[in-house]
Design a protein. Sequence first.
Length: 141
Amino acid sequence: MDKRDIIKKRLGAKIISWEETPTHKIYFGVKKEDILETARLLFRELGLRFSTASATDTPSGFEIIYHFVPDGEGQVYSVRLMLEDKKQAQVDSLTPMFPGAEWIEREIWEMLGINFKNHPNLKRLLLAEDWPEGDYPLRKG
């Protein structure tokens, strides 16, 4: 069975959006409560490697996109989630599952103020130690 079919079958109604591009990129959305289950499926069951994550301040909230790749296949599976409450923006950390997620989650926390629950080392990475607390450089307002 194709990886896309397995994802759709296993996550079912937890998938809130699905888009495939001609350049072999697959974007699908889940709720923040489903990110750990989704990451486990992609990594442990389908053998996809966590590549990185990105986050953006949008008019409707913070969007985080987690990028997974199946080595040698030329596709990218990008999991989107939206954090609508910018004042209480938080999501489970992937660091306990992927130690390599530590730095990108720290960067997102520092630049946008998104809290990653259960992150083992959420401290400054890029900004000076005397940077004002609560001032997030990539927030739009």
